[in-house]
Design a protein around this ligand. Sequence first.
Ligand code: SF4
Ligand code: FE
Length: 484
Amino acid sequence: MALKTGDDFIASIKSLGLEANVLGEKTGDLTEHPLVAPSMRSVATTYDCAFSEDDETRNLFRAKSSLTGQEINRFTHLHQSTDDLMSKVKMQRRCANVTCCCYQRCVGWDAANAAFSVTYECDEQHGTDYHQRFREFWKRVQSEDIVVDGAMTDPKGDRSKRPSGQSDPDLFLRVVERKSDGVVIRGAKLHQTGMLNSHEILVMPTLAMREGEEDWAICCAVPTNSDGVRFVLGRQASDRRKLDDQPIDIGNSQYGTHEVMTVFDNVFVPEERIFMNGEIDFSGMFVERFAGYHRQSYGGCKPGLGDILIGATALISRMNGVEKASHIRDKIVEMIHLNETLYCSGIACSALGQPTAAGNYMIDLLLANICKLNVTRFPFEIARLAVDIAGGLIATLPSAADFDNPETGPYIRKYLATVDGVDPIDRVKVLRLIENLVTGPGAVSYLIESIHGAGPPQAQRIMIGRQADIEGKIEKAMKLIGID
Ligand code: SF4
Ligand code: FE
């Protein structure tokens, strides 16, 4: 069967033997490391939900492969309809409802849906055979149910210069050597979400390349355990709390996410794993389609995180005895309004999707960009309202070690008491969860990534300006009032 369980997934990652530099030290068996294991459990959720006892959840996480006819995990599916696109967003929201953080598996999936159509159109134009190669690669991904990390973001160096104008040309990942049976690549990809939980990397160009920049127009698949691939784990706010044995202080101790700097130090890629090699006229299309799919994704995962934050905020207002105050109710309604608006745009860009020439479905690009631009703002307002309602304690709480201390513990329980029947420690757990999302490691997924993931706000504004048919709107206005 093509479907793996969460435990199968963890065992398969373990067998890769990946190493990374973590807090300055080369570290093996990352599946056991406290800074990585929670992120692995998040990805495992994408597998376990496909075996959920709840029929609706199980069906949402499964799909029928268009390549093999097998039943597969939806996280590897090539969208065949607008229903598939909407199921994607619904599934992402549900997954975030379980993990309350990024579960990392959408990036490679979004990259694959982009690669499927771009390689097809590139072949039609250039007579290449990238599409067939990609189909073969993706058949394996589906039938082995593995995780692919989509790697687009280059370091980019001096932002005023093109890739070829950088004093170090490796600041954009590039082909440094062409051989009869493949290429050698060198460079780095930054901010790689979930890389240490991935079996494969799908390398993509980071922008529309121009003449003379053929070496930077490269798309290929690289196993994460290849020679020359190196990883450096990124730090997150309060990450050292995960090294203490005090789960309450973390806020969300079960799940997490990670990002890494990934270095490609002269990595050989064989011919059959190359899906673009110098076709500069298709690199921009790659960026646009991948970004479009990933901007749609945020209309699913961010409302899923928002659900938890709204729930925690409503709960703390109840624990504090203020749930019936009209301004509190109004603020909670405002949070819901903002959160559901994000979901609306995720669903809308899916409902208006269209088939590509290759047969898989593409979202409505304008609405996907509207979705992501909303995501760059609304979670911040939702977080602001959560902090407003939760109160200053989220920034001043004593540590869990102080609750256990016989001298301080009784004082803390006495002076953090609120409504009769509420355990002060439960209250602390709720406050720590809110802290996690607005200023702790959860804020990586909920706030910072909401701005920069799938491209910063200005990238969406440019796309909106391009897609919105401003001339058409001018014509409509002119027609209405009789101007030729
Ligand atoms: Fe998926 Fe959201 Fe994480 Fe992107 S940020 S990989 S869409 S969960
Ligand atoms: Fe992301």
